[in-house]
Design a protein around this ligand. Structure first.
Ligand code: TYD
Length: 212
């Protein structure tokens, strides 16, 4: 009995953390054992790689090196944490997965198709059963984020608007080609409305009947 693997994607100010909590709560309520994890990170070694990648002082990091570090981080995460949890029948809920690399490194940095190839090696071909993409334009997302207090920007967040626009377009293109795996959810609404749409996708995947 293999568990389901769900990832969630979305840019700054998309409300990703709020929706992650809601998804976790809902699935737990429905009797699933949920392993909540994140990328880059999720295991001690992967969290170390995360620090290196996101450190604003590492301005010299090249696009290819960055892509490979994200992939190395993911390889560790998949083998050490995700696969064992799925094999034990648990639901794995990951804050970001390979789609982030394709959007940020592939489209944002312009590395293109090699990103999917490298990630195929990193993950051994593992793909989420369902990916939730919280759809909000980078401009609206940034405006939301700026309203949050005391947030300091990491290396990726300091990128220019054009970079974030390419990332955003990348996600939309990926969703189109995903054969329904990536659900595009309008995130420019109150959290409850956004979650109602996500819940429908979860109900479909798990086969929960709406009248329970
Ligand atoms: P994080 O603090 O987790 O941000 P967020 O709340 O946006 O998820 O930082 C992760 C950053 O790394 C984020 O800007 C997206 C970026 N990223 C990539 O560029 N490629 C990847 O493969 C992943 C997983 C994240």
């Amino acid at each position: 009995m293999k568990g389901y693997f769900i990832s969630i994607e979305g840019g700054d100010g998309s409300g990703k953390s709020t929706q992650l909590k809601k998804i976790e709560e809902y699935l737990s309520q429905m009797g699933q054992e949920v392993v909540l994890t994140r990328e880059p990170g999720g295991t001690p070694v992967a969290e170390k790689i995360r620090e290196l990648i996101l450190d604003p002082r590492n301005r010299a990091l090249t696009a290819r090196a960055e892509m490979l570090l994200y992939a190395a981080c993911r390889a560790q995460h998949v083998e050490e944490k995700i696969l064992p949890a799925l094999a034990a029948g648990k639901t794995v809920l990951s804050d970001r997965f390979t789609d982030s690399s394709i959007a940020y490194q592939g489209f944002g940095r312009g590395l293109g198709a090699m990103v999917a190839e490298v990630n195929g090696i990193a993950t051994g071909g593992l793909e989420p059963d369902l990916t939730i993409f919280l759809n909000i334009t980078p401009a609206k997302g940034m405006a939301r984020k700026k309203r949050e207090d005391g947030h300091t920007l990491d290396r990726l967040e300091l990128e220019k608007a054009a970079f974030h626009e390419r990332v955003y377009e990348g996600y939309l293109a990926l969703a189109k080609e995903s054969g329904g795996r990536i659900a595009v959810i309008d995130a420019d609404r109150v959290a409850e409305e956004v979650f109602a749409d996500i819940q429908k996708k979860l109900d479909e995947l798990f086969g929960f009947s709406p009248c329970i």
